[in-house]
Design a protein around this ligand. Structure first.
Ligand code: ADP
Ligand code: ADP
Ligand code: ZN
Ligand code: ZN
Length: 751
């Protein structure tokens, strides 16, 4: 078997005949500016080809049921091993998917409780919230339940006659509302908040046999009194909401709240399962603890029969801790995890596997990690390698680059200006190499000496969400503020509180853009209308003809250029449309040109090339915004679905520039950025502040922290051990702060 993966003449996306030999059984890091072609080598060439070759080994019967991967553009790709991609796609999942189920630690706990808990509730499934024998009957194992929001429905300060019932169909004066104002049992003029327990119970639940007289169109009649709660539940909760009119549904929704299930208190399990204890803890208690605490509880188990199972759980939990996620609890729904947290949890699964001879591919695994935790992440990557696997990592973090056995530096620029291997060798050799990455590696971080002074303050007062401990803090306005702290310390939670307190904040995050498969930078920036009009004016054809969702579009792919096959259990697979060769339009449309370019040619232009092509000032202004955020290498027609999280965030920013007096909030904007791109980003943030805005970033990148005017550091640790502001001040003051990991790492970077 060869000791190298060999790539000859790779030409996927912007790659310019890339030829590479990647050592097997080693850790190789791919570096280079954003858009230089790292992903094109690692994901679009190596990962796709190994999946394709793997599929070829199956019989045609199986193959016909597998996704069809297109052979990547390359002369030869040889000696690949099966690849596993561990990326930052959201783990997502439904509400039954939790950290515990995803890592399989929940099933180990179930075995532990069914064999060694007392009293035992039965076989293992009796402790599973995904199984009828274990799930809480009140919420079917979901832990949460939609209930009437009584503080919205009833105003305790008012009397029944004075409008205490705020739900319009039951309000005083309506035919349904009469029951509550007319009953002899309640004083219609007494504020509901002053009711005795008995009166309140009667209002809500009534009493069998109790009657009330009401007036209707047909006259006056006496009927059974039905309690307010009983009536609301019967009419709106026990019925299928989808059978009601949209208007009614909207109305009812405003009076419903989702909260912990009252039967199980959110624990998802039935009473028998919850009664079982080990060392005084139920399985729900164990699932709600943060991982670091659960490890301590399980270590105390000394029953010789239970110990091995507890030990297995501890081993798995320690892997979670080692990825810097010790602050998570097993009952945390995976849908609420960030991309970086999800990627690290996926890694945990692979660390437990005994496969060897695989190729593991990671996409910027340091995202979301404080410099303090990057070391531990590196250990995990090395452990995967030492099991006999090849580990390929796309990364910008100098600490991860330093761990590599081999570095491949792509460049020299982005897009058409990149696509070549500019350096190959060890990290030490790279530090001396004359490439962008090489030059940046040896550089020291410089702390800002002349921070701007604030123009005012935005307060968050008494914040207590998640792990925040009654945090009161001022965010200065008119400056660049960095919110720092280890993962799980509460940065996102605090910033969410800031956004909630100041609704006019411009939030620029990495979440998906929520656009259709036909969306491109051109449609997203809003220049497509003008482009179509220019084409119509110059060619005499109808403007609609040049639209992806018109008769001018290729019929086979409906203007997408690609055909996407959705697979139930895997990521969808896309292939280029054979009818239009990915050009998205019909031939008649492609024959219509402006200055020699068809609409497809225009969509293949980068922002820079398009700036040379278009004279229209509106179009040019928007194209310049794209270069302002460092996305010059994107073509106008590249599907937005192919953008990374960092690129999505920057394209959003491009459409939200040019405001004044706004508060911009960005979550780790350096994601996907090379050290040299970070300079461009900082220049952009400076311009935003310079034009009268306030900018708040959640960041780990020490160059950004050092460049900020103000730093708010949370900690000291993650989860229960975090949630406090441990430092507020300028970066220079941070250098001398004690007890802060951020300060410690900033000191190291500036030395
Ligand atoms: P990196 O990983 O270094 O940031 P990429 O490999 O993602 O760079 O991108 C290299 C070039 O290929 C860029 O110009 C990018 O816009 C382009 N590119 C990447 N993916 C696609 C795609 N699916 N379709 C068209 N162009 C793409
Ligand atoms: P950071 O942004 O510093 O990584 P977070 O604000 O995401 O930290 O998390 C702070 C704490 O709040 C952690 O203990 C985390 O597990 C918890 N937390 C965050 N989001 C949620 C959520 N949606 N549900 C429950 N707990 C959460
Ligand atoms: Zn329940
Ligand atoms: Zn097509």
């Amino acid at each position: 078997m060869s000791e190298f993966i060999s790539i000859n003449g790779a030409r996927e996306n912007n790659l310019q005949d890339v030829t590479l030999r990647i050592p097997k059984g080693r850790l190789t890091v791919f570096t280079g500016v954003s858009g230089s072609g790292k992903s094109s080598v690692v994901f679009d060439t190596i990962a796709v080809e190994s999946q394709r070759q793997l599929n070829e080994t199956f019989t045609w019967f199986v193959r016909n049921r597998l996704p069809k991967y297109e052979r990547p553009h390359a002369d030869a790709l040889e000696d690949l091993s099966p690849a596993i991609v561990v990326d930052q796609r959201p783990v997502g999942g439904h509400s039954r998917s939790t950290v515990g189920t995803m890592t399989d630690i929940h099933s180990v706990l179930r075995v532990l409780f069914s064999r060694h808990g007392a009293p035992s509730a039965g076989a293992a499934t009796a402790y599973s919230f995904n199984d009828p024998s274990g799930m809480c009957p009140g919420c079917d194992g979901l832990g949460r339940k939609v209930q009437p929001g009584w503080d919205r429905i009833l105003d305790p300060a008012r009397s029944l006659a004075g409008g205490a019932v705020r739900f319009p169909p039951f309000a005083a004066g309506t035919w349904q509302g009469q029951a509550y104002t007319n009953t002899d049992e309640l004083d219609p003029d007494k504020p509901v908040g002053d009711f005795t327990d008995a009166e309140r119970t009667f209002l809500m639940r009534g009493r069998p046999g109790s009657k009330v007289t009401v007036n209707g169109t047909g006259g006056t009649w006496t009927t059974e009194y039905e309690g307010l709660a009983d009536r609301f539940e019967r009419l709106y909760l026990k019925r299928d909401l989808s059978a009601m009119s949209e208007k009614t549904r909207e109305l009812v929704r405003r009076f419903l709240v989702e909260g912990d299930c009252p039967e199980c208190g959110g624990a998802r399990l039935n009473a028998a399962a919850l009664a079982t204890r080990i060392d005084g803890h139920s399985i729900a208690d164990c699932s709600a603890m943060q991982v670091t605490d659960l490890i301590a509880v399980l270590r105390r188990i000394d029953d010789p029969v239970a110990r091995p199972i507890a030990g297995a759980a501890v081993t798995a939990l320690e892997r979670v801790e080692a990825t810097g996620l010790g602050y998570l609890s097993l009952d945390r729904e995976t849908a609420t995890l960030s991309g970086g947290e999800g990627q690290r949890l996926k890694t945990v699964r692979h660390l437990g596997s005994s496969l060897t001879g695989m190729t593991y591919i990671f996409d910027e695994p340091s995202v979301g990690l404080h410099p303090r935790d990057v070391g531990r992440l590196g250990d995990l990557l090395l452990r995967l390698r030492d099991k006999g696997n090849t580990v390929l990592v796309v990364e910008h973090d100098p600490d991860v680059i330093a761990l590599a056995d081999h570095v491949v530096d792509m460049g020299p620029g982005a897009g058409a200006g990149g696509g070549r291997v500019v350096f190959e060798g060890t990290p030490d050799e790279l530090a001396g190499a004359d490439t962008l990455t090489g030059r940046f590696l040896g550089r020291r971080t410089a702390v800002k000496e002349d921070p701007r002074t604030a123009t005012g303050e935005l307060w968050v007062k008494g914040a207590g969400r998640h792990n925040l401990r009654d945090v009161t803090v001022a965010f200065p306005t008119g400056v660049l503020t960095a919110v720092t702290g280890v993962a799980g310390s509460g940065k996102s939670t605090l910033v969410a509180e800031l956004i909630a307190a100041h609704p006019d904040a411009v939030v620029v995050d990495q979440s998906s853009i929520g656009v259709s498969a036909r969306s491109t930078p051109a449609t997203y920036l809003g220049i497509m209308d003008t482009v179509r009009k220019i084409f119509a004016r110059e060619t005499g054809a109808e403007a609609g003809f040049f639209s992806f969702n018109s008769s001018g579009a290729c019929g086979a792919c409906e203007g997408r250029g690609i055909i996407s096959t959705d697979l139930a259990f895997m990521d969808p697979v896309t292939t280029t449309c054979g009818d239009c060769d990915g050009r998205r339009f019909r031939d008649e449309v492609l024959r219509l040109t402006v200055d020699g370019s068809s609409i497809a040619d225009v969509l293949a232009m980068t922002a820079d090339q398009a700036l040379d092509f278009f004279a229209d000032t509106g179009v040019r202004r928007r194209l310049r915004a794209l270069s302002d955020v460092g996305l010059t290498y994107l073509t106008l027609g590249q599907p937005l679905s192919t953008l990374s999280g960092g690129e999505r965030q920057r394209i959003k920013l491009a459409t939200r520039l040019h405001r004044t007096g706004a508060v911009y909030v960005l979550d780790e904007p350096t994601t996907g950025l090379h050290m040299s791109d970070v300079e461009g980003l900082l220049a952009l943030l400076d311009r935003l502040v310079g034009t009268g805005n306030s900018v708040v970033v959640v960041e780990h990148n020490l160059d950004v922290v050092a460049h900020a005017d103000w730093v708010i550091d949370l900690g000291p640790d993650g989860g229960r051990d975090g949630g406090r502001v441990i430092f507020e001040g300028t970066p220079r003051e941070l250098l001398t702060a004690r007890g802060s990991s951020t300060a410690e790492h900033l000191r190291r970077a500036t030395r």
